[in-house]
Design a binder for this molecule. Structure first.
Ligand SMILES: [Fe+2]
Ligand SMILES: [Fe+2]
Length: 151
């Protein structure tokens, strides 16, 4: 299996969002391992159910962040999110109908796991610039006290 290691170049600078990405990549990797060493349908169902909920929350949160930071990739990101939601639904249905098959494993590897990492690397990462410039603006703003008065 093609193992991927998380690295800092994938961080956009919003800690909660970066943690969600790291966690989702771990869970997708865990799903791959579970499919390779298939033992029970319950285990796969549990990961898929978790992923569906966690991914949905993540995508909504990230879309709100992109709007808030006026990220130029906001629209492209929303369209890509429709795609991954659909893929996850298809994987779940396919698993319920046919169980584990080489086609399913291939689909999870390419269209979920690798797709997601590539999506962070090319689309989500575009949040980095607006997030950084926002933080720099705050740092430059001398009217905002950076620490409370000492008396
Ligand atoms: Fe995204
Ligand atoms: Fe994301």
């Amino acid at each position: 299996m093609n193992q991927f290691t998380w690295d800092d170049s994938l961080e956009v600078g919003i800690p909660s969002l970066d943690n969600q990405h790291r966690h989702l990549v771990e869970q997708l990797s865990f799903l791959m391992e579970t499919l390779y060493e298939y033992k029970s349908s319950g285990q796969v169902e549990a990961i898929l159910n978790f992923l569906e909920l966690y991914l949905d929350n993540h995508l909504k949160f990230e879309e709100r962040c992109m709007t808030a930071y006026h990220c130029p990739a906001a629209q492209t990101n929303c369209i890509a999110h429709i795609h991954i939601r659909k893929t996850l639904k298809e994987v779940k249905l396919q698993f319920q109908k046919e169980g584990v098959s080489p086609q399913l494993v291939e689909k999870v590897q390419r269209n979920l796991y690798e797709w997601f990492v590539e999506h962070i690397r090319t689309i989500d990462i575009q949040l980095t610039t607006p997030v950084r410039s926002h933080h720099n603006e705050i740092a430059r703003d001398t009217s905002t006290p950076t620490s409370p008065p000492l008396h």
